[in-house]
Ligand binder design. Structure first.
Ligand SMILES: [Zn+2]
Length: 87
């Protein structure tokens, strides 16, 4: 089990996107924590969804943390005590 602290594909920076009425985007730190300071705020209308994305666009999850990019990925993401791990 590996802590999810960078893109599992390219090793680039990961973003954790929380969609509610606004999107708060946080960076994922080396220890797997999310940065407290949000990077940007975007208005997305009423939604309730969180997902990871790589800043290089080669890794993306849906709101159930299923990996959607790359396709047919064997990567499984699990949340344990507020941190995210790759199984
Ligand atoms: Zn990447």
């Amino acid at each position: 089990m590996k802590i999810l602290n960078k893109c599992p594909i390219c090793g680039g920076k990961l973003e954790y996107n929380t969609l509610c009425q606004y999107t708060n985007v946080y960076y994922v730190k080396k220890n797997g924590d999310l940065t407290k300071q949000r990077k940007r705020k975007e208005d997305n209308g009423p939604m309730d969804c969180s997902f990871f994305s790589c800043i290089n666009s080669d890794f993306l999850t849906d709101c159930e943390l299923n990996v959607t990019v790359p396709k047919d990925s064997k990567i499984i993401i699990s949340q344990i005590n507020g941190r995210y791990y790759i199984l």
